[in-house]
Design a protein around this ligand. Sequence first.
Ligand code: G
Ligand code: G
Ligand code: NA
Ligand code: MN
Length: 260
Amino acid sequence: SPRLAQLERELRACFAGDNRLELHLQPKVRPQAGKCDAAEGLLRWQRLPDDWVPAPVIISLIDRMGMRHLFNRWLFQRAAHTLHSLREAGVVITLSINLSASDLYDAEVPDLVGQALATWGIDARQLCLEITETGMIEERNGEGVTDVLHRLRTLGISLSIDDFGTGFSSMSRLQQLSVQELKIDRSFIQDIARSEKDREIAASIIELSHRLGISVTAEGVEDEPTAAILTALDCDHLQGYLFARAMPVEAFVTWLEQPQ
Ligand code: G
Ligand code: G
Ligand code: NA
Ligand code: MN
């Protein structure tokens, strides 16, 4: 259709350097230290002054148009460039970006990531890849997944399981895949101040993860009581609207300078 063809032209222009496609940053705060030392990069496309295209729509367009490779090249370059810009501003953090499940079957992904890090002189330990729990475990019996993950791990990149608790992964499988982080799904966090059951779930995930040397982030933290409970449970990172929404890199640097 003409509309799709137009969107495809626009996305191609974005991958070629049109700066309307951006990676915004949402802070991840370490409650014990009371500081932010990490962020998640989230895709934002302002097509027109009042037309922001939601990330899932962008991703499905990219897949319909067969542009995944172009997109991934853009995403990894943009992530590494962001870390470079932050370093220039005196900020060194860990940046997480989201991968789609099928990227775990793409043998070129580790090369693209390695190239992006080399281009901008970024230490691989500063980059973390988030993969949804269902994506990691489900598709094609996980065949081929371990090879790509192994090559990413060899580069020194860390791996995180997004939306943890919504799938059926075993802890032993996660350890086998040498995952460094779990992100407890928002649905278990949102009612934690009211639901004893949700508190028990979060407490168990955190305790077991720590025994296995896995770090834990709670996503969707929206109020102080929730943050206080998760801090008492020794959750490593908190992320959510209580702290900030995803914002452009310059705004993130300014946000960091404010007392937290
Ligand atoms: O912040 P937001 O409402 O836009 O995120 C919506 C969804 O889009 C989330 O599930 C998020 O993980 C996903 N998302 C955001 N950025 C990216 C990206 O760069 N790649 C992929 N695969 N998903 C993304
Ligand atoms: O699937 P993933 O976990 O990557 O999705 C991140 C999504 O969650 C993004 O859409 C992001 O904007 C959104 N998000 C981040 N913090 C909060 C929060 O505190 N509450 C809610 N409802 N959504 C959040
Ligand atoms: Na995510
Ligand atoms: Mn998530």
